[in-house]
Design a protein around this ligand. Structure first.
Ligand SMILES: Cc1cc2nc3c(=O)[nH]c(=O)nc-3n(C[C@H](O)[C@H](O)[C@H](O)COP(=O)(O)OP(=O)(O)OC[C@H]3O[C@@H](n4cnc5c(N)ncnc54)[C@H](O)[C@@H]3O)c2cc1C
Length: 552
C-alpha cells in the first residue's frame, strides 16, 4: 500500500457492524478507511452464484428482520443507495413430519388461526404475546441496541410498563422458552414457533433468556416479516458501501490487518499482511472477534491480565454447517403453508429441539439436526429463473466433536463426513417434502473450517460472535470489565458482534463503537483546551487526499 495519508479512523473489517460504524463516522466528517481481509466486503452479508449461473445464493446470512427494525440501520436510509426489501407471503412455517404446520404470518389472524388448529385457544395465547410486544417493542429494541447500561431507553421501557408490570416483564424476559411456551400454549404449534426462533441463538429450550430471544424474533416476524434484500444479501452490503463512499470513505479489500500498534496506551497505527504500517489520527474500530482483538491484534503487554484471563474463558456459539441448493422446481412441501414461507424450520417437537441441543452440549453431532431453511426465490423472485428455487440452509454441530449421535461421523469434516452429514440434512427435508432431492441441480457446502476461512470472525462457523447465554451478555460481553465498545486502549473500540448486543445484522455493535469513538474524541478535544491536559486533537478533515493502491 503506497502513500496513504493518515485517516481519522481505520475500521478493521467490513462486516455490517464495521460498515455501519464507518458510515456514522463519515457522517461526522471523519476521514474513514476500512480495511477488509477478504477479496470482497460484507463479512457474513454477501451473495453470489455459488452453484449455477442465474442462481444467486446468500453465502452466510439471509433474513434481516433485525436490520429492518434497527433504528441505526433505518437512520442510514439505505433505500437511497439501492436497497429494496422483499418478503415472502408468509414469514415462517414450521412443518412437522406428521403433515401439521405452524405459521407465522404478518397477518395476525393467520398466525392465530394456525395455532388454534393445534389447540383451540392457542391463538389467544399468541395474541397476548404479540400485544405485549406492541406495548414495549420500540423501547425494548432501543434498550437492547444502545450501549449498556441503556439508561434513557431503559427508563422509557420502565415508564411504559409501570412498577407492577415491570416485575412481571423482568420475569418474562428471563424465562426459558420451554417455560414460556408452557405458560402460553396447550398445543404443539406455539412452542414450535417460539422455540424454533430461540434456536437462532445457541440457547437450548431450557436455558434462561431463550424465551425472550424466541419471542422477540417471532414478534419481529409478525410485525415486519422476515425481509431479504432484492437481488441477494450482498445488495445490503453494496448499499452500505455506496453510502460510505458517497461521504468520502474508502473500503480496501484483500488487506488483512495483522496488528494494532499501541504507543502511550493509545492505538496509533495498524500493520497489514502486506507489511504496511498505516497511522491513524483519531480511532481504530475493530470489527473482529474479541479473542482475535485481544489475543492477536493487540500485543498482550498492552492489556491488563483480567482481560487476557477473560478471553481465555470467552465462549463461542455453536459450530455450523451451511448448505445451499439450486432446485429446478419449488420444494414439494406436504404442508401447503410451507410453500409460501420465506423461512422454514425443521424440528419435530419441543422435545426434539431439546434432544438436539443436548447432543450439541455433549459434543455429539446431532442425529436429527434442527435445520433452518430459506426459500430465497419465494422471498425474492429475482434470485433464480421462474419456477425454480434457491434454497439456503444451516444447522449446528459441536465445536469439539466427541461423538456422533446418528452414526460414525468423525467431526474432521473431510469429504466423507461432509457427504454423510448433507444426506442427514436432506433426509429431514425429504420427511416433510417427499421428492426434494429429485429437484437438486446444484449444491454448495460450507463446513465449520470453511466458514472461518471465508470470514475470520466465524470461528469454526460460530454465527453470532460468541454465545448468547446470560453469562456472556450485557456487562459480561465480551468479558467482565468491558461490556461496552471501549477497550483498555485509548482510541481502540470493539465494533463486532462479540460486543453487546451480539450477533445478527442490526449494526448496533458498530454504531455503539462509532458513538464511543466520537465521545472519546470530543472529550479529548475538550481536555486539550485545558492547559496542562495535552495536545489539541487534529482538526476534522472532510476528505483525505490518500491514494490507496488496491492490492488484491
Ligand atoms: C451461516 C450464517 C447465517 C446467518 N444468518 C443470519 C440471518 O439470517 N440474519 C441475521 O441477522 N444474522 C445472521 N447471521 C449472523 C450475522 O451474519 C452476523 O452476526 C453479522 O454478520 C455480524 O456482523 P459483524 O460485522 O460483527 O461481523 P462479520 O459479518 O463476520 O464481518 C467481519 C468482517 O471482518 C473481516 N475481518 C476479520 N478479521 C480481520 C482482519 N484482521 N483484518 C481485516 N479484516 C478482518 C472479515 O473478513 C469480515 O469481512 C448469520 C451468520 C452466518 C454465518
Amino acid at each position: 500500500m503506497a502513500s496513504v495519508t493518515e485517516p481519522d479512523v481505520i475500521v478493521i473489517g467490513s462486516g455490517p457492524n464495521g460498515l455501519v460504524g464507518a458510515s456514522m463516522l463519515a457522517d461526522e466528517g471523519w476521514d474513514v478507511l476500512v480495511l477488509e481481509a477478504q477479496p470482497d466486503p460484507g463479512g457474513a452479508v454477501r451473495s453470489g452464484e455459488l452453484t449455477q449461473p442465474g442462481f444467486v445464493h446468500d453465502r452466510f446470512s439471509a433474513f434481516y428482520p433485525l436490520a429492518a427494525a434497527s433504528p441505526v440501520i433505518r437512520a442510514l436510509h439505505l433505500e437511497d443507495f439501492g436497497l429494496q426489501w422483499r418478503r415472502a407471503p408468509v414469514a415462517l412455517a414450521h412443518p412437522t413430519p406428521d403433515g401439521e404446520c405452524a405459521v407465522l404470518s404478518t397477518d395476525l389472524e393467520e398466525t392465530a388461526a394456525s395455532l388454534d388448529n393445534y389447540r383451540p385457544g392457542d391463538g389467544k395465547g399468541w395474541r397476548e404475546l404479540y400485544a405485549r410486544w406492541e406495548r414495549v417493542s420500540a423501547h425494548l429494541v432501543d434498550a437492547l441496541l444502545t450501549p449498556f447500561p441503556p439508561v434513557r431507553a431503559g427508563g422509557r421501557l420502565a415508564a411504559a410498563l409501570g412498577p407492577r408490570e415491570w416485575a412481571n416483564f423482568a420475569r418474562f424476559a428471563l424465562l426459558p422458552v420451554r417455560a414460556m411456551a408452557d405458560e402460553m400454549f396447550s398445543g404443539a404449534g406455539g412452542p414450535l414457533l417460539l422455540a424454533g426462533n430461540t434456536l437462532h441463538t445457541d440457547l437450548a429450550p431450557e436455558q434462561t433468556l431463550g424465551g425472550l430471544f424466541g419471542w422477540m424474533l417471532a414478534c419481529l416476524g409478525q410485525e415486519h416479516g422476515f425481509p431479504v434484500p432484492e437481488g441477494g444479501a450482498g445488495r445490503l452490503t453494496d448499499a452500505l458501501v455506496r453510502r460510505l463512499e458517497a461521504r468520502g470513505g474508502r473500503v480496501v479489500c484483500s488487506t488483512p490487518v495483522t496488528s494494532i500498534e499501541v504507543r502511550g496506551r493509545r492505538a496509533v497505527a495498524v500493520r497489514t499482511a502486506h507489511g504496511d504500517e498505516i497511522g491513524v489520527r483519531r480511532a481504530v474500530l475493530a470489527d473482529v472477534g474479541a479473542p482475535a482483538l485481544y489475543g492477536s491484534l493487540v500485543h498482550p503487554e498492552h492489556l491488563p491480565p483480567r482481560i487476557l484471563d477473560g478471553m481465555r474463558r470467552f465462549t463461542y456459539d455453536h459450530a455450523t454447517v451451511k448448505i445451499d441448493w439450486a432446485l429446478d422446481r419449488k420444494i414439494p412441501w406436504a404442508a401447503e403453508p410451507a410453500r409460501r414461507a420465506g423461512t422454514v424450520h425443521l424440528g419435530d417437537s419441543l422435545d426434539h429441539l431439546t434432544e438436539y441441543s443436548a447432543q450439541l452440549a455433549t459434543g455429539r453431532i446431532p442425529a436429527r439436526p434442527f435445520v433452518l431453511i430459506g426459500q430465497m426465490s419465494t422471498s425474492d423472485p429475482t434470485r433464480s429463473p421462474e419456477g425454480t428455487e434457491v434454497v439456503w440452509g444451516y444447522t449446528h454441530v459441536p465445536h469439539r466433536v466427541r461423538g456422533d449421535a446418528g452414526g460414525d461421523l468423525s467431526g474432521k469434516w473431510d469429504a466423507r463426513d461432509t457427504e454423510a452429514f448433507v444426506t442427514r440434512v436432506e433426509r429431514e427435508l425429504e420427511m416433510r417434502a417427499p421428492g426434494f432431492t429429485d429437484g437438486i441441480v446444484g449444491r454448495h457446502v460450507l463446513t465449520p473450517p470453511m466458514l472461518e476461512a471465508e470470514d475470520a470472525n466465524l470461528v469454526n462457523g460460530a454465527v453470532n460472535g460468541g454465545t448468547a447465554q446470560l453469562h456472556q451478555q450485557l456487562i459480561f460481553r465480551p468479558t467482565i470489565g468491558l461490556g461496552r465498545a471501549e477497550t483498555p486502549i485509548k482510541g481502540l473500540f470493539l465494533a463486532s458482534a462479540s460486543a453487546h448486543p451480539g450477533g445478527g445484522v442490526h449494526g448496533a455493535c458498530g454504531a455503539n463503537a462509532a458513538r464511543a469513538a466520537l465521545f472519546a474524541d470530543r472529550r479529548q478535544r475538550f481536555l486539550a483546551t485545558i492547559p496542562g491536559f495535552g495536545v489539541a486533537a487534529p482538526a476534522i478533515s472532510r476528505r483525505s487526499d490518500a491514494e490507496i493502491s488496491r492490492r488484491a
